[in-house]
Design a protein around this ligand. Structure first.
Ligand code: GTP
Ligand code: MG
Length: 197
C-alpha cells in the first residue's frame, strides 16, 4: 500500500508574483523550493500535482511559455518557484540565452535563499547537456537538490527500468520516478520537500 503519511495537506496555494530580475520577494525569508528543467519536461504540471490543483500553474499549450520566475505561496508558509524552461528548439537563440541567464542568476546570484531545487528531467529521453550543466552548477554552489524523472506514465516496465538506470548513471545522481499525470512519486517528493521546510 502506498504510504501518504509524508504528504502535506494543502490549505492554500496562491500565485504571488512573476519576476524577471531583482525583487524584494527574494529576501523575504520565506523558505523556497525551486523547480527547474528543460522546456516542456513538466515543471508547471509537477507543481500542480503536488498541490493537487489542476490550474494553479497553467501548463503550457506551447513549449517555452513560462518566461518569468513565478512565485506561488503554499499554506502561507513557503514558496514553490516555477522557473522558465530552456532548450526549446524553436525558441530564438537570443531568448533562450536570456532565459538561461535569468535562471543561473536566480540560482547562483546569492539574492534568493533557495532551500531545495527540484530538477525535472523527462524519463522518456536521455538527459541533455542542459541537465548536466544544471547539475554541475547545483553541485558547485552547494545547492540542495533532487532529480525527478517525470512522465514515467508513458513508459512500459522494460523502458522504465532501462531509462531510469540510464538517466541515473548519466547524471550521477539518484532520481525519483514521477508522473504529474498519475501522481506516482508524489509522496516520495513531498518527503524530500518536508525535509527542508
Ligand atoms: N503523460 C504525461 N504528460 C505530462 C506530464 N507532465 C506534464 N505533461 C505534459 O507535458 C507538457 C508540458 O508540461 P508543462 O508542465 O507545461 O511543462 P513545463 O516544463 O512547465 O514547460 P515550460 O514552462 O514551457 O518550460 C504538457 O502538455 C503536459 O500536459 C506527465 O507526468 N505525464
Ligand atoms: Mg512551465
Amino acid at each position: 500500500m502506498l504510504n501518504y503519511r509524508n504528504t502535506m495537506e494543502i490549505k492554500s496555494a496562491e500565485f504571488i508574483k512573476g519576476i524577471i530580475g531583482t525583487n524584494n520577494i527574494l529576501s523575504d525569508h520565506i523558505p523556497s523550493v525551486a523547480f527547474v528543467g528543460r522546456s516542456n519536461v513538466g515543471k508547471s504540471s509537477v507543481i500542480n500535482s503536488l498541490v493537487l490543483r489542476k490550474n494553479l500553474v497553467k501548463p503550457s499549450a506551447r513549449a517555452g511559455k513560462t518566461k518569468e520566475i513565478n512565485f506561488f505561496l503554499i499554506n502561507k508558509q513557503f514558496y514553490f518557484v516555477d522557473l522558465p524552461g530552456v532548450g526549446y528548439a524553436l525558441m530564438k537563440a537570443t531568448s533562450a540565452e536570456k532565459l538561461r541567464k535569468l535562471i543561473l542568476w536566480y540560482l547562483t546570484g546569492g539574492e534568493a535563499k533557495i532551500d531545495l531545487v527540484i530538477l525535472i528531467v523527462d524519463s522518456g529521453i536521455k538527459p541533455m547537456p542542459h541537465d548536466k550543466e544544471m547539475i554541475s552548477v547545483l553541485r558547485e554552489k552547494n545547492i540542495n537538490f533532487v532529480v525527478v524523472a517525470n512522465k514515467i506514465d508513458r513508459l512500459n516496465q522494460t523502458e522504465r527500468a532501462h531509462n531510469l538506470k540510464k538517466i541515473e548513471s548519466h547524471l550521477g545522481a539518484p532520481i525519483i520516478p514521477y508522473s504529474a499525470r498519475t501522481k506516482e512519486g508524489r509522496d516520495v517528493l513531498w518527503e524530500e520537500i518536508n525535509k527542508v521546510l
